[in-house]
Design a binder for this molecule. Sequence first.
Ligand code: ATP
Length: 464
Amino acid sequence: MSQSESVTMEKIVALCKRRGFVFPGSEIYGGLAGVFDFGPNGVELLNNLKRAWWKANVYDKENYYGLDAGMFKNPRVWDASGHTSGFSDPLADCRECNTRIRVDKELAAIGIQADEKMSEAEINKLFDEQRENIPCPKCGKKNFTPARAFNLLVKSNLGDFTSEGGEPVYLPGEACQGIYLNYKNVVDSMSPKLPFGLVQINKAFRNEISPRNFLFRTREMEQADTQLFVKPHENKSAFEQIKQDRMNWYLSIGIKPKNLRFKQHENLVFYASDAWDIEYNFPSLGFDELEGIHDRTDYDLKQHMEFSGVDLTYLDPETNERYIPWILETSVGMGRMFLAVLADAYHEEEMGDGIRTVLKLRPDLAPYRVAVSPLLKNKPELVAKAREVFLMLKKEFGNVAWDDNGNVGKRYRRQDEIGTPYCIVIDFDTLGENPDLLDTVTVRHRDTGDQERVNIIELVNKLK
Ligand code: ATP
């Protein structure tokens, strides 16, 4: 069986629960569909991924700036973005058995790509052309109602004291609006020259009709976005560069090339000039969208300029011209990134007398850099020495695990499943039982299971 066949979503979900990566949200109350909680190991992997993404998109670049916008926004923002009128899942009901389908997903399944930001009329045109090819998944008939747009925005009553809740403030349907809203503030405060990028990781909420496939489709999510502001019509080569950069980044964090691919959108929303997805071969799901890369022309700033009445043009310091910059966007859900990285690192392989599960994560992404344990936990002299090593490494690396549960073999298996790249064991030789090995420890390597003897004073450099 190939690696990708042996990794199922079920196994990933089970590992995430067993090893404290991800738990179902509100589990003791029976859960809440489409919401998950990151546990102690999950939050470390998630934060390491965010740090790596931030480094690649802010620190390793020039003229890119970070932001962290408030989640709630003036409701007019969502009118300008088109979300109150158009941000929707197109749903149709089977007239024979009342089964409800998502028309864009059924179209995608037969190779017709529809954009979820299309109008009802645009989607229905594609749907009508393909009705003969889309049978009801339950009864097999082809007698559907027209597609109706089901709005995905989540409402809140923030600051709304009317008893009817008639003035809802929405939770963000996408994180990028926080960037567009602050474009002028950044231009005024930082005086960036075009092209410049604004970058943000922020929460988004969608009333997904059927949240499923674990972290792949949730109702609460976090999106990591970059928006590059460029001169009008100077989009093509920058767009190509961004596409390649983003693909290379996934490869650099250890995702296997065979599990990644590009897919170009066939049917674009009216304002977009080009749109691509980076797809990942998700377990039990196959290739599907990991990240969207969109050439959005001047649509976003134009809309906000019209709806707010505020001048959002950019004064070119070289030519003294005023124009609305065009925007090139990348957007990835942190949950989908987390799932892709975890699934790609997941391996089951023979070791010793059994099959082990191991997460071969890039060492700087793993929840723990290293685990330290005394050979026996009931020998105070071993425990004292192990704690000394543990505290020394903790001071250096921070994320160091103390593991004295069960025997050493069980500890290795547990740390393999968490993805800890190195396990250090303090034994009687460390204490000088064999004088040649005084002050040395066993370092066991996650990926090979190989062990070596290392002097304590060399440990920090060796692990670095
Ligand atoms: P899909 O077609 O799968 O619904 P989308 O095209 O609506 O995704 P975008 O609006 O482009 O997605 O959002 C950007 C990114 O946010 C996606 O590439 C994906 O990684 C993530 N994302 C979108 N919706 C969800 C969701 N419901 N759960 C988790 N991540 C999501």
